[in-house]
Every structure is written in structure tokens, then in C-alpha cells.
Write a protein that binds this ligand. Structure first.
Ligand SMILES: *Cc1c(COP(=O)(O)O)cnc(C)c1O
Length: 834
């Protein structure tokens, strides 16, 4: 394949921008015919009987066709030019919908809109028919999806590898204020984007024993005799980059049994037993673990991790050997990036492939492994870094645990040479945690086996070096680096906010679509009243659309002229939705005390899911909903304050809320949010941030300027110090009239009439331990919110700050992030886009 004409038949399908351009009649006719043909011959319907879903599938298939030629061309070019490939291994891809994203990147949105219009179909209506691909929990999975878009846009040959879960993140329903979880069914009507690769199947093996033999050359050889085999089947989704000039592959693995059923058992009447093995195998790709920022910890999770790592490594080694025929060139032609600790078993598995199946001597195999792998860390919480019991690994992956022991032995020899290395130091850098049952530290394994370990914001990377990996950094200095996260502006600005995008194209020129730094052309005009009006109209239209959605879903009427104050993210104690709710209550009480003061009307908008087993997070959701009940029905506050909890937060809901936000809540306990990406999406769309000096907020502040962001609260160092010396939460509460009144109201049952103890689990920990510093930061947060009110009343100043946000956050494009990974970790070239 790589010898076919050295790339001279490569199709370069550079797409012209269509924003503001009318497509030609011929283009529209071609799209119309394509959609019609798909409806007839792929869906099997005619225009009279077709449902919206049928039209969506026909349209998606017609759009998918447009990706296939450049997809094949991209792959041919990679082979022809012997380009290095990037493999992005992630247990999560939080993709959302693909129709508009793909059409936008291919520059065919207006063509298809017109074509469907001719057929009597409203493209906007089709949008809501597409289910979200929610194969992730939150930021980590969404980052992987943004990276796929940027890698394709920068023409980096790349594969995303993950699991094709039958059921993604649960659907959240709020009943009586409580979260309930329902299974999500994104595949129930098929998936028009995927290509099933029935021929791309790998055996994945577990269990059994290891046989040691001596070869004639005196080198021992280990043969794994697994006791269980299942199959991984590939499903490919093409991911088109900006202007369609490069198309990459997202390859997701589905698990199935080697034998569809046991016929002997079936024939002897055991109909259920005949299917047991099939069920056991398919369980692996059945469902996404719905936990965020905490390890799932069960055997099935380890099976998932090994399943997708093993399939992906077999696949990429096969591709490499077919092309180059020499495993030793792997680091020159392949870069593997581990998205968090979940795929850490890659280190042992790649060593096993090299040493056991490719006969590479150990030292050389280790050199190949380290030069090929990079590891991205996403969390500092020591308890959130995965560890697996040695006994479990011995049972499930007996050869890999042997390899881990050998890696560790060599590693500890190296560690002993570090000046001052004592027993405590060696215990802390060991791959085996000997305390409380022996466990393998997977973060350590990923670190030792990678040439690059990166954090995801400047602050986080510093903390990675100073805390969890301080000792490993002493053994392997220079490996830790920073790659501040980013977001794809194509989805989060162009796709989600076409009204604002039109204005930006007007002011900054159409190049702003290719090159985010062109947003800086706004800077000379941030004080321009006419531009404030344009921004204001675009925002207002988005707020009206969101207000309609709130009315339709919750029957709550909100005023589009009010300040839309938004906190949308997973529900976590460290993200401190509770702090926001307490401030809401304080504001409510102040309004009741002085109903005729000139209050800034606010709508407090919350959305986010809690892990099903995270009781406090679910109680926080209940409190938000109970506060909403009381506040929204109190005639005294009228239209001045509304509280809204929008259920089932996902990518599509984010795309509705973000363009309508005035204020972005990024209020995590300092030192606890690795980066955040929601903060970037909101700032890009012109929302002002109220936040702590945490994660990427620090860098957002540096970019937008101190005067265009509301910073409050303890710093990371101050939080650490308070924790060291013990927290006097009771003293803090006693010193704040405002805070004491809020807590008394909750404990007095104001929001839970007849059940004053309902929120005791929350208030008790606030009054005593308050690990997350909610009480400590309350007064400064409340004061910052009043600064927000003051700025809101000065409309020109508010819009100036808002424009400054949009103008100065280009650096948070995932194109910038990926260009840094490419240059500093992967060593692959990047084609500039414009
Ligand atoms: C961006 C995004 C996140 C991450 O939000 P943070 O505020 O950074 O935690 C989570 N979920 C969805 C659906 C997103 O789009």
C-alpha cells in the first residue's frame, strides 16, 4: 500500500469558508441528490414516510461520504511519506454530536441546509435528533474529543483508541430534586458515523499461567498460557479536520466472545448456560464506568483497561511491522500518548510484546518503550491515582505482573543511586505500595515507562513535580513538563455560537476561522459602543433560546435581561457547587431583607451529574433543587433571582448554555482542579469568570488581564497551610454573620420544610472539617459577587471586559495545545493551518 505512486494521487480537498457565502445551485443539487439516494437506498424510505430520524441518518451518511476520499488520501499520504503516527489512548471520548461539527469542518453546512430546505426538511430540527456520543464522564473525555479535532486540523496522522461502550454515561433525571440514573442508549437507532471493521479482530487474553523455558542461547523465555480469550472488534469513525484537508480515525473496540454460544450446553438443554461466556466477554464493552476523579477499582475496570490497551498495541504494532518490517524503528514512527493513568498497563504490555513475541533484548525493549510513550496526568489526589492489588494482577495478567516486578527491580537499583536515597525514598518511588495489602501503583508505572510526563496547566504541572511525583522526578529529572489544556474553537465558538462568530468574522476577517490569534484584532475595538451592541444582540438571542429551553424543560420562566450566572460541570465537593448555593441563599436573604434596593437580577444556572455512589454530591443536587423551589416561588424576590438546575448535563446542553452565559463560575478549592476546560469555553464566548487561582484559571487571568476577571479566595499555598494547622470552621462561621445565617437557614429547614436534618451531612462537615474551604472562602466569594453586580450595572464596562475575554483567549485553542504536544513530546511536524 505504501508504494502506490508516492502520494501523487493524494486528493487535497481544501474547503473554502462558507460562512456568509451562498452555495452554488450545482453544489446544492449534488447534496440534495446524495441525501435522497441515502434515504432511498441506505435507509429504505421515501420522502413521504421518512421521520426526522430517517432524514438525519440519510444526511449523516451523505456527509460521511464526503470524508471518505480525503480519509483514504490522508492514510495513503502517511504511508507514502513514511510519516510518524500519533496514537492517543483514552478510556473516554466525550464526543457529543457529530453532524454540525463535521459539516462545519467540511465547509458544507450551508449547502446541506439549502439541500434539505429544498426537500422540505429543517436542518436545525435534525440537530436534536442525533444522540450524544457520551463515552466519557467530563473534562478528561472531552479533552480527548477536542484533541481529535485539532490533530486532524493540524494534519497530524493520528488514531484515537478507546472503547465502544454500548452504553455511555448515564442519563440523569431529577425527580423531587433527587438525581436518578437511567441507562443511556446512544446506539439504539444505529450509528451512521461508524464503519464496522469485521476483519480487524484481535484476541485479548486473560489469566492462566506462565511457563519459563531456557533457550539454546542461554536466555530464558517466558510463554504465557492464558485461560481465557475474548475478541476485540474495531469500529472506525472518521474525524475530519478543519476545511477537510486531513481526516483521522477514531478506532473504538467492541468486545465479543470467540464462540457465539456453546452448542453442547444448548443442545443438552442449558439455554442460559450456553450464553454465559458470551455475556462475560461482552460485559467488557457494555458500559462506561460513571465515576469521575476517583478510581473505579473493580476487576471489570482492569479488564476494560487491558482490553483496549492490548487491542490497540496489537493493531499499531501490526501496522508498523507491515510498513517498516522492523520493530526497532517504533519510536521513530510511532508516538503513544496515555490520557491519564487508565491505560498505564501499556508499559508492561508493550514490553511483553517486544520481549516475548518479538525477541527484543530487555534493555533495548525498555529503550523502545520509553522513547515511544508519553503520559498525561490529570489528577493530584493520591487516592485517585489507580492502584491494583498484586493478587488481582497475578490472577488476571500473570505475565504482565512478572514484567512489572522486573521493571521495578531495575528501577529501584537506579533509585538507590540518587544522593540521599533512604528506605522511605525507595518505598515512595517503588512500583509496589507495600502498605495495607500489596498494590501496583499504576501512575508510577506510567511515569517510569514514559519519556514525557505532563500536567495539564502550569499550576498543576508544578504541583505534579512538587507532590505526587516529587521523588520520581529526582530519579528521572527533566521528564515532567506542562501542556495546558485547550478546547476546539470550531465546536465551542463556530458551532455553538454562530451569531458571535459572524460578528468576529466581520471584525477580525475570515482568517479568524483558521487562526485563533486573529481574535486579537478585536482589541482596538473593545471600547466601541457599536460593537458592544452587536455582541449584546448575539448574547441576547442566545439567552432567549436558553430561556425557552428552561421554560420547556422545567416550566421556569427566566428573564433574558437578567445576569445569567452559570456553573456547569460534574458535581464534586472540590468544584464547590455548595459554595455557589450558599451564596445564592445569602443573596436571597439579603433581597428579602431589602426588597426595594436596586438588585441586579440574576439567574443562577446549574447543571452537572454526580457519580451514582457519591452521596454528598447527590445531596448537593438536592439542595440546589430545594433552594430553587423556595426562591422561585417567593413573591418577594419576584424576577430578581431565579435558580435553575438543568438535568442531564452533556456536550449538547453545554453548547446551549455556554453562548448564553454572562458569568462563569470556576470556584474550585485552590490546588484541586487540574486545569478545567469549561472555564476556557465560557471565556471564549465572552462570559466573565469568577474564580479561584486554580488550574487554568491562573493562566486565563494572565491572558485576559486582572481587570477582566473576578478572582477571590485562598491560594493553593494558603489552603495547604490551613490544612496543616487545622481548620477552625466554627470560628470562621461565627465571624461571618452572613454565613452563619445561611447555615442556620438550611439547618432550620427553610429549604426542607418538615425535614430540617435533610442536609445535615453537608452542613455538619462544613461546621467541622470543611476540607474544601467553603467556609474559609465564603466572605471573599460573596464580596467578589457584589463586584460582579457593580460591574454589571456599568454596561459599557461590562461589555468591554467581555470583549477582552473573547479577544485574549486564543492561546486556549486546542490547536495550540496539540502543536505543543507535537513539537515537544511526539516529535511530529505540524502544518500551519492558514
Ligand atoms: C467541557 C466539559 C466538561 C469539563 O468542564 P469543567 O468545567 O472543566 O469541569 C465536562 N462536561 C462537558 C459536557 C463538557 O463539555
Amino acid at each position: 500500500m505504501q508504494n502506490e505512486g508516492a502520494g501523487d494521487d493524494v486528493v487535497t480537498a481544501i474547503v473554502e469558508p462558507t460562512i456568509g457565502k451562498t452555495p452554488s445551485e450545482a453544489e446544492v443539487a449534488a447534496a440534495r441528490n446524495a441525501i435522497n439516494a441515502k434515504l432511498t437506498y441506505a435507509v429504505g424510505k421515501n420522502a413521504v414516510t421518512a421521520s426526522d430520524r430517517d432524514w438525519f441518518v440519510a444526511t449523516a451518511l451523505a456527509v460521511r461520504d464526503r470524508m471518505v476520499d480525503p480519509w483514504i488520501a490522508s492514510s495513503k499520504q502517511t504511508y507514502a511519506e513514511g510519516l510518524k503516527r500519533v496514537y492517543y489512548l483514552s478510556l473516554e471520548f466525550l464526543i457529543g454530536r457529530l453532524l454540525f461539527d463535521t459539516m462545519n469542518n467540511l465547509g458544507i453546512t450551508e449547502t446541506f441546509r439549502a439541500a434539505l430546505g429544498d426537500l422540505g426538511v429543517d436542518l436545525e430540527k435534525l440537530k436534536t435528533v442525533e444522540p450524544d456520543a457520551a463515552l466519557g464522564n467530563g473534562g478528561l473525555g472531552r479533552l480527548a474529543a477536542c484533541f481529535m479535532d485539532s490533530m486532524a486540523s493540524l494534519a497530524i496522522p493520528a488514531y484515537g483508541y478507546g472503547i465502544r461502550y454500548d452504553h455511555g454515561l448515564f442519563r440523569q433525571v431529577v425527580k423531587g430534586g433527587w438525581q436518578q440514573e437511567y441507562p443511556e442508549n446512544w446506539l439504539s437507532f444505529g450509528n451512521p458515523w461508524q464503519f464496522e471493521r469485521a476483519e480487524v479482530v484481535y484476541d485479548i487474553q486473560f489469566g492462566g499461567s506462565v511457563e519459563a523455558t531456557m533457550q539454546s542461547n542461554g536466555v530464558p523465555r517466558y510463554i504465557w498460557h492464558p485461560s481465557e480469550t475474548i475478541e476485540a472488534v474495531a469500529y472506525d469513525t472518521p474525524i475530519a479536520g478543519w476545511r477537510g484537508r486531513h481526516v483521522n480515525t477514531l478506532r473504538l473496540w467492541s468486545a465479543r466472545a470467540v464462540d457465539p454460544l456453546r452448542l453442547d450446553a444448548f443442545n443438552s438443554g442449558d439455554h442460559i448456560g450456553a450464553l454465559v461466556e458470551q455475556v462475560r466477554a461482552e460485559t467488557i464493552s457494555k458500559i462506561l464506568y460513571p465515576s469521575d476523579e476517583s478510581p473505579a477499582g473493580q476487576e471489570l475496570r482492569l479488564r476494560q483497561e487491558y482490553f483496549f490497551v492490548s487491542a490497540s498495541l496489537q493493531d499499531l504494532v501490526f501496522r508498523h511491522m507491515r510498513t517498516y518490517g522492523d520493530i526497532r524503528s517504533l519510536p521513530d514512527k510511532v508516538a503513544i500518548q496515555l490520557n491519564d493513568t487508565h491505560p498505564a498497563i501499556t508499559v508492561a504490555e508493550l514490553m511483553r510484546i517486544l520481549v516475548d513475541t518479538r525477541d527484543v533484548p530487555w534493555e533495548e525493549a525498555w529503550d523502545i518503550t520509553v522513547r515511544t510513550l508519553g503520559y498525561t496526568n490529570h489528577t493530584l489526589l493520591p487516592e485517585a491515582l489507580e492502584t491494583w492489588p498484586v493478587a488481582l494482577l497475578e490472577r488476571l495478567l500473570p505475565r504482565q505482573i512478572q514484567i512489572i516486578y522486573l521493571i521495578n527491580a531495575i528501577h529501584l537499583e537506579k533509585a538507590k543511586k540518587v544522593p540521599g536515597a533512604d528506605d522511605a525514598f525507595l518505598a515512595s518511588v517503588s512500583l509496589i505500595d507495600e502498605g495495607g495489602g500489596r498494590r501496583v501503583r499504576m501512575g508510577h508505572l506510567a511515569f517510569i515507562g514514559s519519556h514525557s510526563i505532563n500536567g495539564v496547566s502550569a499550576l498543576h504541572s508544578e504541583l505534579v513535580k512538587e507532590t505526587i511525583f516529587r521523588d520520581l522526578d529526582a530519579v528521572y529529572p527533566g521528564r515532567i513538563n506542562n501542556k495546558t489544556n485547550g478546547i476546539t474553537f470550531r465546536r465551542w465558538l463556530q458551532g455553538a455560537n454562530p451569531g458571535l462568530t459572524d460578528i468576529l468574522v466581520d471584525v477580525c476577517g475570515p482568517q479568524v476561522l483558521d487562526d485563533a490569534t486573529k481574535l486579537e484584532k478585536l482589541l482596538p475595538r473593545v471600547g466601541d459602543a457599536a460593537l458592544h451592541d452587536s455582541f449584546g444582540s448575539a448574547r441576547r438571542a442566545n439567552k432567549i433560546a436558553l430561556a425557552r429551553l428552561i421554560r420547556d424543560r422545567l416550566d421556569i420562566h427566566v428573564n433574558p435581561n437578567a445576569l445569567f450566572d452559570v456553573q456547569i460541570k460534574r458535581i464534586h465537593e472540590y468544584k464547590r457547587q455548595l459554595l455557589n448555593i450558599l451564596e445564592t441563599i445569602a443573596l436571597y436573604q439579603a433581597m428579602r431583607a431589602q426588597p426595594h434596593k436596586e438588585w441586579v437580577p440574576r439567574v443562577k444556572i446549574f447543571a452537572g451529574k454526580a457519580a451514582a455512589s457519591y452521596h454528598k454530591a447527590k445531596l448537593i443536587i438536592k439542595l440546589a433543587n430545594d433552594v430553587a423551589q423556595v426562591v422561585n416561588n417567593d413573591p418577594v424576590v419576584r424576577d430578581l433571582l431565579k435558580v435553575v438546575f438543568l438535568p442531564n448535563y452533556n456536550v449538547s446542553l453545554a453548547e446551549m448554555i455556554i453562548p448564553a452565559a454572562d458569568l462563569s463560575e470556576q470556584i474550585s478549592t485552590a490546588g484541586m482542579e487540574a486545569s478545567g476546560t469549561g472555564n476556557m469555553k465560557l471565556a471564549l464566548n465572552g462570559a466573565l469568570t469568577i474564580g479561584t487561582l486554580d488550574g487554568a484559571n491562573v493562566e486565563i487571568k494572565e491572558h485576559v488581564g486582572d481587570e477582566n476577571i473576578f478572582i477571590f479566595g485562598l491560594t493553593t499555598a494558603e489552603v495547604a497551610e490551613r490544612r496543616r494547622f487545622g481548620i477552625d470552621a466554627a470560628g470562621t462561621i461565627a465571624a461571618s454573620r452572613n454565613l452563619a445565617d445561611v447555615l442556620d437557614a438550611i439547618d432550620g429547614g427553610v429549604f426542607s420544610p418538615g425535614e430540617p436534618g435533610r442536609f445535615a451531612a453537608l452542613t455538619t462537615s462544613l461546621r467541622h472539617h470543611d476540607y474544601f474551604m467553603v467556609t474559609a472562602d465564603f466572605d471573599s466569594y460573596y464580596a467578589a459577587q457584589r463586584d460582579v453586580d457593580a460591574l454589571w450595572l456599568d454596561r459599557a464596562a461590562w461589555w468591554k471586559a467581555s470583549l477582552n475575554n473573547t479577544a485574549r483567549v486564543a492561546w486556549f485553542s486546542s490547536d495550540r495545545t496539540i502543536a505543543e504536544y507535537a513539537k515537544e513530546i511526539w516529535n511530529v511536524p505540524v502544518e500551519p493551518m492558514a
